[in-house]
Design a protein around this ligand. Structure first.
Ligand code: HEC
Length: 184
């Protein structure tokens, strides 16, 4: 056999034999712990889960009188406005008056969310409960909005919806006046 041929043979043989060497299977045989295998490390005493389990309530009445855990910061209200626009405007309308584009199709009119009952008389948790469980006609939004996001909507409805609505009607009135003036 020529030297050149021998080199070729070695080059082909070495990798195929190499898989049989003990260290080439180290990774395959290393001990591993699968998820949920063995005992879980217990939580430290008095530890508090952070951003952990969502509030579990079973129905509207159980959700009634929950304390609002999300401070009504400008950020929370801004997020709430965004969610309100996506999920509530179709029925309750941009101004909250219950005149969204879908409202006419419903057997029960969507409530005017700017009224005293929603704004002052009831608890914030009642609005949270409605969003979480829906009403006779209103759908539940617990699958679409996380607990925090629902409280963001509550913060928006209670802190900024009425102001947004009056800004909106002021802007509409200004636009109408401008149109009238333009026609003169
Ligand atoms: C498909 C239409 C629809 C959508 C979307 C909708 N609602 Fe409603 N909502 C209603 C109707 C209809 C009622 C009247 C009560 C009922 O359904 O039982 C209502 C009632 C309410 C009430 C008053 C409940 C009461 O009787 O005191 C609140 C608060 C409310 N909605 C908040 C919201 C919020 C916040 C959103 C957005 C996350 C939303 N709704 C989305 C249709 C809708």
């Amino acid at each position: 056999m020529k030297r050149k041929h021998l080199l070729w043979l070695l080059a082909l043989l070495v990798p195929s034999v190499a898989v049989g060497w003990p260290w080439s299977r180290d990774m395959m045989n290393s001990p591993s712990i699968k998820p949920q295998e063995g005992e879980m490390t217990p939580f430290a005493k008095q530890s508090v889960p952070v951003g952990g389990n969502p509030t579990v309530v079973t129905d509207r009445l159980a959700a009634f009188r929950l304390a609002n855990p999300v401070a009504a910061t400008p950020e929370s209200i801004a997020r709430g406005r965004q969610y309100y626009t996506i999920f509530c405007v179709p029925c309750h309308g941009v101004s909250g008056a219950g005149n969204g584009p879908v409202a006419k199709k419903l057997p029960v009119p969507p409530m005017n969310l700017t009224n005293d009952f929603i704004q002052k008389d009831t608890f914030e948790s009642w609005v949270f409960a409605m969003i979480s469980f829906g009403g006779r006609v209103m759908p539940a939004y617990a699958n679409d909005l996380s607990v925090e996001e629902r409280w963001d909507v509550v913060n928006y409805v209670r802190q900024a919806l009425v102001k947004d609505a009056s800004d909106l009607s002021a802007a509409a009135a200004a636009a109408a006046t401008a149109e009238k003036d333009a026609k003169k």
